[in-house]
Write a protein that binds this ligand. Structure first.
Ligand code: FES
Ligand code: FES
Length: 127
């Protein structure tokens, strides 16, 4: 199967690969797995006191589309509020990367990772 140019670009030059300290109260971690293939994505967001995402890092053990999807969302979420980031839909990711139908679940992984990170942030805030 042919990957789109945007997938290849993010795959070959992934943005914001790395980790942050998950014990830092301002860092939210979302870790999700895809049941369809077993790939795993970790997305971390550094969130300011007023709920703005200042930085994002990812580590993805998975296919090119999953890596590209996570790289893309780290770019998209920076500067957004957590509410805005929570509205990012996998369909927008799939469209931007021109993912074929069998790779749609890779973009769902990225949407789920954002949601999981936001949940982690909220549970940290309530402590
Ligand atoms: Fe093999 Fe995703 S199914 S890397
Ligand atoms: Fe499973 Fe891409 S995340 S094939």
């Amino acid at each position: 199967m042919a990957y789109s140019e945007k997938v290849l670009d993010h795959y070959e030059n992934p943005r914001n690969v790395g980790s942050m300290d998950k014990n830092d109260p301002s860092v939210a971690t979302g870790m999700v797995g895809a049941p369809a293939c077993g790939d795993v994505m970790k997305l971390q967001l550094k969130i300011s006191d007023d709920g703005i995402i200042e930085d994002a890092k990812f580590k993805t053990y998975g296919c090119g589309s999953a890596i590209a999807s996570s790289s893309l969302v780290t770019e998209w979420v920076k500067g957004k509020s957590i509410e805005e980031a929570g509205e990012i839909k996998n369909t927008a990711i799939a469209e931007e990367l021109a993912l074929p139908p069998v790779k749609i679940h890779c973009s769902i992984l990225a949407e789920d990772a954002i949601k999981a990170a936001i949940e982690d942030y909220k549970s940290k805030q309530s402590k």
